[in-house]
Design a protein around this ligand. Sequence first.
Ligand SMILES: [Zn+2]
Length: 77
Amino acid sequence: MLKCTEVVQRADALVDGTPLSFAERLALRSHLMLCRHCRRYVRQLKALTEHLREHTLVEPLDDETVNAILAHRDNAN
Ligand SMILES: [Zn+2]
């Protein structure tokens, strides 16, 4: 049986879809079935992760886009 701290350490992987071994997944699942504290933690972490994913800004501009913008600006001057 995993300890709560071990579940918390692996919770990221559980939430963000990182592949876990069958044994790890089973150990996490059985702990979560028995421990409502960890269930709540994982649920909240999941909600937070989804919230951040939805509200995170678009990715930084790539070099090509930056160069195009700079070229456009230089032409305008
Ligand atoms: Zn626990």
